[in-house]
Ligand binder design. Structure first.
Ligand code: BTN
Length: 310
C-alpha cells in the first residue's frame, strides 16, 4: 500500500504509518512531502499525517458513488489537462463512465481555446461518454452537462450554452464550466470527453470567477463530485426526448429574455435572446425584428436592452 492510500481524514502519527507501510519515519516524511509537492492534498502536523477533509481521493469517492459514472476513477495530483489523459484512455478502449480527476492542471483548457485556471482546491475532471445518440443531437450534450451541473450545485443558472453563473457582489460570476470534445467517425459519435471545471475556493481564480465555498462553507469536494456525476447521468438520459429536455434547460437559463451579444463564427449578433431550439441553438431577436440562430460560440450578457436594440 502506498502512503496516499494509507491516509484518512484522521491524523495518523508518523511512527504508526511507518510501521504499517514497513518504511522508516524519514521515508514516510519524504514521501508525504513529495505527494504534497505533486499537488495531492496531504497535510502534515505535530499530530501526524492526513488527507485534507473532503478531498476527492479514491478512498473518499469510491464508496460514495451511486450511478454508472466514476468507474473506473483515476485520481491525479497534477496533470496538464484531464482531457488529454482521458483521451489516451478513450483511445485505449476505456468504458463509458471513466473519470480522470486532477487536483491541479498546468494547461487546463476552457471553451474557445481559452485557458482554464486550475489552482489547488477546485474540482477538475473529465468524464468519458460513448453516447448512442444521432450526430445531430451532439450540440445538446453540453447543454445537458450544464443542466446536470446546476442541479448538482444548487445555486446559479446557465449562460448559454453551459457556463454556470451566480450573481455575486453585484455582477454575474462564473462558478463553473463545461468543455465537450467529441471524436466523430462518419455519422457516429465515437466518444466524447466531457470536461468539468468547478471553482470551489476563491484563491487563484480569474476576476470573473467565484468559488462555491462562498455559498456553501465547508462543502466537501468528494460529495460534490458524486452529486455532479449522478446529476450528469440523469441529465444525459433526458436527451432521449430533446423537446422535453430543452424545456427543462430553459428553466435554468440566465440568457433567455436578456439582451445579449453573440460572438460566434458568423457576424456578431446583438439582440434579445428569445428561445432555445430543440437542436440546442439559441435564437436571438435583433433590433430589426429578425430571428437569428446561434449554433456555436458564446454570448455576452448585456446590461440594458437599449444597448442592443438601439
Ligand atoms: C469553460 O467554461 O470554458 C469550460 C471549462 C472546462 C474546464 C475543465 S477542467 C477539467 C477539464 N480539463 C480541461 O482542461 N478543461 C476541462
Amino acid at each position: 500500500m502506498d502512503l496516499l492510500a494509507a491516509l484518512t481524514e484522521e491524523w495518523t502519527p508518523g511512527p504508526e504509518l511507518a510501521r504499517r507501510l514497513g518504511k522508516s519515519r524519514q521515508a514516510v516524511a519524504k514521501e508525504a512531502a513529495r505527494l504534497a509537492e505533486a499537488g495531492f492534498p496531504v497535510e502534515v502536523s505535530k499530530r501526524g499525517y492526513r488527507v485534507a477533509p473532503g478531498a476527492p481521493v479514491p478512498g473518499n469517492v469510491l464508496p460514495k458513488l451511486k450511478g454508472r459514472f466514476g468507474r473506473p476513477y483515476r485520481y491525479h495530483g497534477t496533470l496538464t489537462s484531464t482531457q488529454d489523459a482521458l483521451r489516451s484512455l478513450a483511445e485505449a478502449g476505456a468504458p463509458e463512465g471513466t473519470v480522470v480527476l486532477a487536483e491541479r492542471q498546468t494547461a487546463g483548457r476552457g471553451r474557445r481555446g481559452r485557458r482554464w485556471e486550475s489552482p489547488g482546491g477546485g474540482l477538475y475532471f473529465s468524464l468519458l461518454l460513448r453516447p448512442a445518440l444521432p450526430l445531430d443531437r451532439l450540440p445538446l450534450l453540453p447543454l445537458a452537462a450544464g443542466v446536470g451541473l446546476v442541479r448538482a450545485v444548487g445555486v446559479g443558472g446557465l449562460k448559454w450554452p453551459n457556463d454556470l453563473l451566480a450573481f455575486v457582489d453585484g455582477s454575474f460570476k462564473k462558478l463553473g464550466g463545461v468543455l465537450l470534445e467529441a471524436e466523430v467517425l462518419g455519422e457516429e459519435i465515437h466518444y466524447a470527453l466531457l470536461g468539468v471545471g468547478l471553482n470551489v475556493a476563491e484563491e487563484g481564480l480569474p476576476e470573473e470567477g467565484a468559488g462555491l465555498l462562498r455559498f456553501f462553507p465547508g462543502v466537501r469536494r468528494d460529495e460534490l463530485l458524486v452529486r455532479v456525476l449522478v446529476a450528469l447521468e440523469h441529465a444525459l438520459a433526458e436527451l432521449a426526448d430533446p423537446e422535453a429536455f430543452v424545456r427543462t434547460y430553459k428553466l435554468h437559463s440566465l440568457t433567455l429574455f436578456r439582451p445579449v451579444y453573440a460572438r460566434w463564427v458568423g457576424e456578431p449578433i446583438a439582440g434579445v435572446a428569445v428561445d432555445v431550439e430543440p437542436t440546442g441553438a439559441l435564437v436571438v431577436r435583433t433590433r430589426r425584428g429578425r430571428r437569428k440562430r446561434v449554433t456555436a460560440g458564446e454570448v455576452a450578457l448585456v446590461g440594458r436592452v437599449s444597448e442592443v436594440m438601439g
